[in-house]
Ligand binder design. Structure first.
Ligand code: NAD
Length: 499
């Protein structure tokens, strides 16, 4: 490990034992047998934060062995016993919030207040599912068979492999793992190589919370290699993935042979629709907030801002004014709104998306990259006159690049909004209830937020349609991704009066 940063970390963290540079399998901190390792970089400074081992194929299969053994005991616990352990984990996440946020900012780049918010958000799923695990009710079915009792019980599906992205290094794990573990399933987490330390800190706290060995494992390695082993292993019964649509498709294909339960939370390309009745300033400020969180590296980012032509120019002026006030810098410093992008390729992609739009006739209102405070930073950029033929219309920019388009009427904006392969989230800003209802029903998206930027949290079913994914996370249905329904028929019971 880089000695300079090691020293920095020990001063930055109250509890340096939360910083682990090993995989975590079967309750043990593990080196890679082959000696392969990968450096983890602070995107704000380019410095090496630490190293993680890449496990060999046998070690990945060893994690499945461990989970298989742990499943026997974990599923046999009563739901309230699993709840107690998950709540202990929740308490530890809360108690170590500051250290978890610091680690996250170091590896992901997001500003510390946002990282603290993600720890809260991630922990809230642990508490939610700890409780939901006690409510995995079956049903009693009125019998059509003489002298029989019919019903269902819910049983854990088995080992769940969880593959997660770098933009929300902690919450994308807990949203899956807490649901699976509450249902009685052991998990094998494969975090993104860019942001493994949040996952490893979660493992350290899971161990302290009394989660038994083999129930929460973190494997590290070459992504395609690890995923293939987990997808092809018949003992892994569920695969839950959050990440790009490209990789999601690949994993769905690889899971076909073993007919796994697959949940996919994939890319988004959210439209942000502003009606003619809106106050342009209020709507513009909301749009800035929906666009620039996590420096635009957010599946819910407002990627296509569609504004009624009657208020377009005013909206653009307010948007530009608000955007100009955003501060860009190292997320560990105070008063920073946007941290760096995750790596140099992300910056190149952002620049290419802007160049493509300008070459096809968009107007650059603001966004001077010469002001960027470092190589991985991208200054907030505003384009107007964005059209269907531009990359920014169809691709997730995953960057702080906002594109605004004017529209004439509700039918046109519905067509524009649905003109994408993605269907994760959409925003509508208007106070006209008939317009809200018409547009909300016509949008081909899994989540529609009206007059609110914030839409996520434990009680709601999070997920997309079209190429944005399969299944839902959170809410009362999130745990179903990890449960099987067993139907029973108890026959020859004799007649029971009143049945
Ligand atoms: P990614 O698809 O590149 O990586 C996601 C995970 O897959 C990582 O763990 C990565 O190591 C692994 N991976 C990469 N290549 C692989 C391969 N060939 N085979 C198997 N595994 C592989 O995505 P990312 O860049 O880390 O994250 C950004 C994407 O995640 C965006 O598309 C974003 O919209 C999406 N996302 C979706 C949600 C949601 O809830 N729908 C939430 C956050 C992020």
């Amino acid at each position: 490990m880089n000695m300079k940063l090691s020293r920095t970390l020990s001063t930055l963290l109250d509890d340096p034992r939360l910083f682990r540079q090993y995989a975590y399998v079967d309750g043990k901190w593990t080196h890679g047998d082959g000696g392969r390792e990968e450096a983890v970089i602070d995107p704000a400074t380019g410095e090496v934060i630490g190293h993680i081992p890449w496990l060999e194929a046998d070690q990945i299969r060893g994690a499945v062995d461990a989970a298989e053994a742990a499943f026997v005991h974990w599923r046999a616990l009563r739901a309230d016993e699993r709840c107690e352990r998950l709540l202990a984990w929740y308490d530890l996440l809360q108690a170590n919030r500051e250290d978890l946020a610091t680690l996250m900012t170091l590896e992901q780049g997001k500003p510390l207040p946002d990282a603290r918010g993600e720890v809260e958000y991630g922990a809230s799923f642990v508490r939610w599912f700890a409780e939901e695990g006690k409510r995995t009710f079956g049903e009693t079915i009125p019998s059509h068979i003489p002298n029989a009792a019919l019903g269902t019980i819910k049983e854990p599906v088995g080992i769940a492999a969880l593959i997660t992205p770098w933009n929300f290094p902690l919450a994308m794990i807990t949203r899956k793992a807490a649901a699976a573990m509450a249902a009685g399933c052991p998990v094998i987490v494969k975090p993104a190589g860019e942001t493994p330390f949040s996952a490893l800190a979660l493992a350290e706290l899971a161990e302290r919370a009394g989660i038994p060995a083999g129930v929460f494992n973190v494997v590290l390695g070459e992504p395609a290699e690890v995923s293939k082993i987990l997808c092809f292993d018949d003992r892994v019964k569920a695969l839950s993935f959050t990440g790009s649509t490209r990789v999601g498709r690949l994993l769905l294909e690889q899971s076909a042979n073993t007919v796994k339960r697959v949940s996919l939370e994939l890319g988004g390309n959210a439209p942000f629709i502003v009606g003619p009745d809106m106050d342009p300033k209020e709507a513009a400020f909301a749009a800035v907030s929906a666009k620039f969180q996590t420096a635009g590296q957010d599946c819910l980012a407002a990627d296509r801002i569609l504004v009624h032509e009657s208020i377009h120019d005013e909206f653009v002026a307010h948007f530009a004014e608000r955007m100009a006030a955003l501060t860009v810098g190292n997320g560990l410093e105070s008063e920073i709104d946007l941290g760096p992008l995750i790596h140099a390729q992300a910056v190149e992609k952002a620049a290419a998306i802007v160049d493509d739009a300008l070459a096809k006739g968009a107007t650059l209102v603001a966004g001077d990259q010469r002001q960027a405070p470092g190589p991985n930073f991208f200054m907030p950029t505003l384009l107007t006159g964005v059209t269907h033929d531009m990359k920014i219309w169809h691709e997730e920019s995953f960057a702080p690049v906002a594109g605004i388009t004017a529209y004439a009427d509700d039918d046109q904006v519905i067509e524009m909004a649905n003109d994408t392969e993605y269907g994760l989230a959409a925003y509508i800003y208007t106070h006209d209830i008939r317009r809200i209802w018409k547009i909300m029903r016509a949008l081909e998206f899994g989540m529609v937020s009206v007059n609110s930027v914030k839409m996520t949290g434990p009680p709601v079913p999070f997920g997309g349609v079209k190429h944005s994914g399969l299944g839902r996370e959170g809410g009362i249905t999130g745990i179903d991704e990890y449960l099987e329904t067993k139907y029973y028929c108890l026959g020859a019971l004799g007649s029971v009066s009143g049945s």
